[in-house]
Write a protein that binds this ligand. Sequence first.
Ligand code: ADP
Length: 494
Amino acid sequence: MQHTGEISQPAVMRRRILIGGDWVEAASGEAFPVENPAKRAIIATVPRGTAVDVELAVRSASDAFPAWSAVAPRERGRMLLQVADAMEARLEEVARLIALETGNALRTQARAEARISADIFRYFGGLGGELKGATIPLGDSVLSYTRREPLGVVGAIIPWNAPVLLAALKIAPALCAGNTMVLKTAEDAPLAVLLMAEICQQFLPAGVLNVLTGFGVECGAPLLNHPAIAKLSFTGSTAVGKIVMEAASQRIVPVSLELGGKSPSIVFPDANEDWVVEGIVAAMRFTRQSQSCTAGSRLFLHRSVFDSFLDKLTAKVSTLRIGDPLAEDTDVGTIINERQFNRVCGYIESGLAEPDAKLVAGGLPPTDGPLSEGYFVQPTIFAHTSNDWRLSREEIFGPVLVAIPWTDEADVIRMANDTHYGLAAYLWTHDIGKALRTAHQVQAGWVQINQGTGQSPGQSYGGYKQSGLGREFSLEAMLDSFTQLKNVTVNLTR
Ligand code: ADP
């Protein structure tokens, strides 16, 4: 593993939250620090939001709702298109802030995240005219039709792993559909989302978008439980997803959940090739330290190619440059924080202690030298004979891949499905019939064949089983998640 040069640190920034179009401190006046995980150094402080701030933000969003929902949908879309243009003009600034606070490498991750986030605003900004209803053919004497109406104030909570993208994915469709929003950022990565909120606020009426910073229990929970919230949209862990759903059940509020994953990558014997190796590295999201719900973290390699494929994969992984997220030659950045770093190291220790597991790449992080300054964990691969041990079952949310051999197709599909998650799957073979038959049997919301890329606007993305409820990224997702259907029936004979 190589490491790259260092970049100087900016001074500590002070940021505020957005309530009713104003940039304010928390009502308590308290703030908390945001860390650069590559240096373990404080780079900013942000307001420590609590129930009082939630109350103010929800009130602003409620007050803004009647006027915003009355704006013609394409006009709302036009404002989102202006946000897209303004984001594109500031891509580098957004990207550098993402890299600084998340530890995701600027070149391989943060720029792409900033770009796709702007594109999300562009995509949904064009969909205002698609909020259509239908007419129901009940005969000439009756006019029966449906309207897509917004729900009201959306409460959104996001995690830190792709903060700007995940915020854009909630803001753009919810607002296009005529809702207003209170969004709580993740405690570890609020800065770039606040910058995006600043860009949004240049074009949106006051109160349409409110953005809070704060901790889960102090700020997230009051948002989940606020009686004026009409819809909850959450991305994060399955454990917190259950809390969100419980809160929603108290008031029968619709809920969208995008949760964890333990996604399989299945390599068939004919796919023992270099491009597949590159695809596996991409699918595992090694250049995002695998802090991704769609990481293909269970690698099922056909027994006939197991050793030779793993040799190629470990050679490829060893060329990834790990180091300062802001340096242009860095491929792999850092884990988000100390807690996650210790958790990931705990999994690696558990792998090293497992008699049937063999470490084939990476391992525990160095305890001295430049990489010990931050939460750097090298891409790590274990080979094991079973899908049943802890590292094959639990979502690690770090760069630890488990390779498992298979021989029988029915058996590998059974192993792939033997998980309570069902977010993504990756299949690698030139035999398209076999690939499609397998794709139809894998229990996952998103199956990719011969590629391991990220999501694109237009696809309906979301999980099976405990990976979530509802879809994001598409027109259908906007209609299902952020509107409610009203039927109007008119007797034409009176
Ligand atoms: P991670 O820590 O892996 O990002 P979490 O699911 O814990 O995943 O956090 C995702 C988001 O959920 C964060 O914004 C966090 O503050 C919020 N959160 C955590 N616990 C709660 C809770 N009890 N109620 C509401 N929000 C919460």
